[in-house]
Design a protein around this ligand. Sequence first.
Ligand code: ADP
Ligand code: MG
Length: 552
Amino acid sequence: MAETHAFQSDIAKLLRLLSQSLYQNREVAVRELVSNASDALDKYRLLSLREEGLPASDGLQITVTPDAAANTLTIADNGVGMTHDDLIENLGTIARSGTEGFSKGLEGADANSLIGQFGVGFYAAFMLAETVEVRTRSYTEQAGWRWTSAGTGSFTIDELSGDAAPPERGTEVVLHLRDDAKDFADPQRVEYVLKKYSSFVPHPIHLAGADGETLHVNDQPPVWVEPKGSVTAEQHRQFFGYLSGQVGANPLWNLHLSLDSPLEIKAILYCPPLNPERMGLGRAEHGLHLCARRVLVQSDCDDLLPEYLRFLYGLVDSSDLPLNVSRQALQDDTVFLKIRRVLTSKVLGHLAKLAESEPKVYAEFYEQFGSTLREGVATDGPNRGKIGELLRFRTIDAPDEMSGLQAYVEGMKEGQTQIFHVGGRNAEAVKRRPTLEAFTARGLNVLLLTDPVDEIVLNTLGEYDGKAFVSVESAEADLPPLPESEDEKDDRPEPAAPAGLEAVLGLFRDALGEETEEVRQTDKLTGSPCRLVTPGGGLSPQLQSVLGAGDK
Ligand code: ADP
Ligand code: MG
């Protein structure tokens, strides 16, 4: 007997959007269903390696059958399959990874561009189908289940037992095509879509043709084992699209590694063109794909890189890894930790090279991911110095450019021993502050920290090239003497403090009371009568206002 269930309310909303989605997005539905089939095969392979008594995992495959007569497109796999409860949990709620990111991003954003970029998982089926039918049998059961929905508020589930039971474990998704999606019953159209989106799926995809022949669609060798120079930009674009779901986008850069020592590693890492975290799409939670001798061990392995490199997509293949280990054992594995260390250092090395050889690309990278990368200064002690080299700042001399600490140090004036910084939004406003006078009069450049977090980062970094970071507001700022040319008064005796200055200072002390630690005379001002400084080791006013913002 069929039972009827209501979709979670978010899904109903999503389904409405999908049914109105743009025509060019529809191909994505095939990609999503094939990727689910592939995930189900991966899960089965892992289970069969770990659990005694399960039939071996030979012959894992995906079969795609377009049927023009029946006006259907069927995507079948012999993976783990689903039980009754799996169906309700997996195909009735929106807690799934891909879909979740999408619905988070929906608020205010353009749904059509998001569908193309991030994918909407299983529900994408409704872009092509009037009715979706899922026939499935879990590897744990003899009977099977049928899930059907017309993509309006509900779905039904009924049991398939006896003769109706699927002969094998696995899942078959039957799309009863919409009138405006009939072309997806044409084998040539489907072949084109499969080649476009699913060439890198790590299981064979067979396309059943009208003539009864089947075609192995994804029979090329995997890109990451190919020699570095032979992978074309187009192949990279496709592989990046496959890994990230950002189909059609060009990665900002790629890093193709083939190492023999200290470990045998083949890997390709991609930097996406945009940072979804900056678009308010939430924290990047995806990881890298980990393979052992070309066989996927774990997808979304988020411990293979430190968190501050979480924006990268990629695949890592090592023949030194065991195939059948649990997630936990994997993370404690010394090989695994070694891979992580090697990858981290390769990525940092690559960024340093990129900054040198392709400054424009690096600037774009830094604009997108600089705020994530700089987290590493606090969290990755051993690599702190290397990350410090990669940081970029605006300066009051060149407020429209981002430059590195090395460039700052090279431009330091004679007698300058410290690296100065000031917090503020724009250089013009900052330059008008009295505190800056002493610095501009001496021609000293100052890092312009537009984000208060940068000050924390510099404080953590402590120093660069033996030079301390000092706020211009700090009493510890150690200024070189004024340049000769600008100061002919040098030959003359120092002007004595005007009579009565002590009395004025006294008035200030009385008036300010405990608000100040000290009121004293300075020779560091040229035009303004007074300025505020923070005592040695104190936080700059900008940082104080950020940290204290909650107190007020
Ligand atoms: P995601 O793949 O990101 O988890 P989807 O919406 O694509 O989200 O799929 C939802 C869930 O449905 C999957 O996580 C999986 O548990 C289940 N599922 C979908 N297709 C299959 C399939 N062919 N075989 C087994 N389980 C599946
Ligand atoms: Mg999916």
